[in-house]
Design a protein around this ligand. Structure first.
Ligand SMILES: CC(C)(COP(=O)(O)OP(=O)(O)OC[C@H]1O[C@@H](n2cnc3c(N)ncnc32)[C@H](O)[C@@H]1OP(=O)(O)O)[C@@H](O)C(=O)NCCC(=O)NCCS
Length: 180
């Protein structure tokens, strides 16, 4: 498996990958929603507010996995991105690809001076790649959380995850209550 930053020409295959993976795990309707979210993030978000990385099968060049990070902002200057969504195609799951791809992405962000990474999902999966639960009293999410234990962050510097008072915001494509 090889890991790369995405290219614009990957967008249709990325949308299909998210659609198929989430259709397999959550049903067709959710697959369609997350496929469209991925496409919207990649087409509507300014390049400086976005990172997207893919895992490619080096034999057949098929995309096996994809992760998207988009910028979060606070009432004070902090360089932060949120990882969402994440998918590894069903036949490739459980082989360590998701974790390797996330570590690859976090390393790139760290090299670019990003200070904090957030995500929102199953803590038991994301603990394995360095995320920790954060109470909303510590750092507020951009939208009300339907699953507060899934609000997670990690520091990409030597400092601990700080307390950041005030509101947070995410890019428009993610700023929809149904995703939170
Ligand atoms: C979650 C996902 C990205 C993980 O990718 P992967 O390549 O299968 O994961 P890895 O092989 O790197 O890691 C496997 C570990 O993650 C855990 N894991 C895998 N999928 C998980 C899930 N949906 N929830 C919780 N833990 C999960 C496994 O138990 C395993 O842990 P172990 O090694 O301690 O047994 C992938 O399974 C997927 O795309 N699932 C469907 C879509 C989804 O749920 N996306 C994430 C939304 S938060």
């Amino acid at each position: 498996m090889e890991f790369f930053a995405y290219q614009q020409s990957d967008i249709p295959e990325i949308q299909a990958l998210f659609h198929q993976t989430f259709a397999d795990s959550e049903g067709e309707a959710e697959g369609k929603i997350i496929g469209e979210l991925a496409a919207e993030l990649l087409t509507r978000t300014p390049q400086e507010d976005l990172y997207c990385f893919v895992a490619k099968n080096e034999n057949n060049k098929e995309l096996a996995g994809c992760i998207i990070f988009s910028r979060m902002q606070f009432e004070q200057p902090v360089t932060a991105f949120i990882l969402s969504p994440v998918a590894v195609l069903t036949p490739y799951q459980g082989q360590g690809i998701g974790q390797k791809l996330i570590r690859f992405g976090l390393d790139k962000l760290r090299q670019d001076g990003v200070e904090l990474a957030f995500t929102y999902g199953d803590p038991s999966f994301y603990y394995q790649v360095g995320f920790e639960q954060i109470p909303e009293t510590h750092i507020k999410a951009p939208q009300p959380l339907s699953y507060p234990i899934g609000w997670l962050a990690q520091s990409l510097t030597e400092a601990a995850v700080p307390h950041i008072p005030g509101k947070s915001s995410c890019v428009p494509a993610l700023n929809n209550a149904e995703y939170w």
